[in-house]
Structure formats: C-alpha cells, structure tokens
Design a protein around this ligand. Structure first.
Ligand SMILES: [Fe+2]
Length: 245
C-alpha cells in the first residue's frame, strides 16, 4: 500500500491545493494526516473539510486541540494563540466537531503509529537523536509499531533504530525501513515549512517495501500571504512563509 503522510497544514489552503494535486499524481492508496490542520494561516475551514473528505485517518495537533477548546493554549506565544482563536471563529461547527474528535495518536494495522510531536507527548519536539532514541525505547504494543510518523517540528527528518540496536539520524534520500528496524519519520510541514525551504513537504511510504520518499512542492506563497494579511492575522505568519522559517 502506498500511503501519503501529510502534517502541519496550518490553514494554508494554497499549499494544500498544490500538495493535493501532487498526491493525485503519486497514485497513493490512502492519505493520513498528523494534525495541526488549523492555526497560523487563513483557511482553516478549507483545510479541515479537505481532511474530512480525503484522509483515511488522522490525529489532533496541539493547535487543533486549542482551536477545538480541548487545550487552553496557555503555553502558546501570543500570535499563535490569537491565530488559533481566529481559526476557531472561522470554522464550521461540523469541522470543529471533527477536530475535537481526533485522537491524540492512532495505531494503524500495518505496524504504523501516527503521533503529532512524539508518541509520549503530542507537544514534544523530536529534533534530537537522543530524544528520538528515548521515544523508540518506550514504544509500547505487542508488537510495538515499526514505523512512527510524527510532525510538529515542521522539519523533515528520519530516525532509525538499526537491527544491531544502534539509532541513527538517517539521510532522507533513498530511505528504506528494513526488516527488524524501527523508524520515526517526519514528513515536514505542508503549510509552514521551517527548514529554510519554503516549498511544502510531505512523504509517501510504501508499506510493502518500507521505502519512504519525501516530496517538496512549490505553491503560491503570495496568495496565502495576502489571505493572512486580509484576515487580520499576525503579519509575521505571512512573512515566514517566504523564508521557510
Ligand atoms: Fe504545527
């Protein structure tokens, strides 16, 4: 099965348009999302509606939890909190209901776990190898998942526990999860990439071969920026899209 994994779309309808076209072109069997559908940008309703209609499974991100009222957002910086409130005010009751019902993490039958930040905590950022090692050590289940997809950092990444027990930060190019290995794979962000490449990022994973391909997609950044500014959202969120930060 070819699985498209998208994360952190963050109300960016223009990035989503480009990624959805590329997903069609990739002829995947299923699409799953890792949360943060809402927040930051100006089209939460469009993004949540797309997720409801086009994804087979998904989980809540920390921004979705604030938008749907399940979390207070007390640890958010001011602009992020105001954008979450803006999303909540510009979304349909049905879409708000969908966000509030998303689970924190989700186990799929193919040995796959979906998590937002980390399996232990949706708010934890997995940037560092030692943090990923700790998370792999504490994976539960019988058997535990062998592939964990996670987002939250907005930076594409792969951490792999090899058969010899070592854990590495693996190159994304040509990555294959082999028999007996455990991988934590971050597709990067569709709607607010932060690796200094403004193009949207997502990945396609083949459950039969274990091969993962990261895909970058250019989109109409100025169109999204205009909507952010027209909506009265913090200008900072428009500016960072062009820099990919
Ligand atoms: Fe996010």
């Amino acid at each position: 099965m070819r699985l498209a994994v998208v994360s952190d779309i963050h109300s960016n309808g223009d990035a989503l348009d480009a990624v959805a076209r590329e997903i069609d072109r990739q002829r995947v069997d299923k699409v799953v999302h890792l949360g943060d559908l809402a927040g930051y940008n100006a089209e939460p309703e469009k993004v949540v509606r797309w997720a409801r209609e086009n994804t087979a499974a998904g989980i809540a991100g920390n921004h979705d939890a604030v938008v749907s009222g399940k979390a207070s957002g007390e640890f958010f910086h001011g602009p992020a909190l105001s954008a979450a409130r803006w999303s909540a005010a510009n979304i349909s009751p049905d879409s708000l209901g969908y966000l509030s019902e998303l689970p924190e993490s989700l186990r799929l039958p193919e040995g796959i776990l979906l998590a937002h930040g980390a399996p232990s905590d949706p708010d934890r950022y997995l940037f560092l190898l030692e943090d990923a090692e700790e998370e792999i050590d504490s994976l539960s289940g019988d058997p535990p998942p062998n592939v964990v997809f996670l987002g939250h950092t907005h930076v594409p990444a792969a951490f792999v526990r090899r058969r010899d027990g070592s854990t590495v930060s693996a190159p994304l190019e040509g990555l294959r999860v082999g028999e007996g290995e455990t991988a934590m794979l971050n597709p990067g962000s569709v709607g607010q990439p932060r690796d200094r490449d403004p193009r949207s990022s997502f990945l396609v994973y083949d459950t039969a071969t274990g091969c993962a391909s990261w895909i970058r997609v250019p989109y109409d950044v100025p169109a999204c920026q205009r909507k952010v500014l027209a909506g009265g959202l913090p200008a900072f969120f428009a500016a960072r899209l062009a820099a990919g930060t």
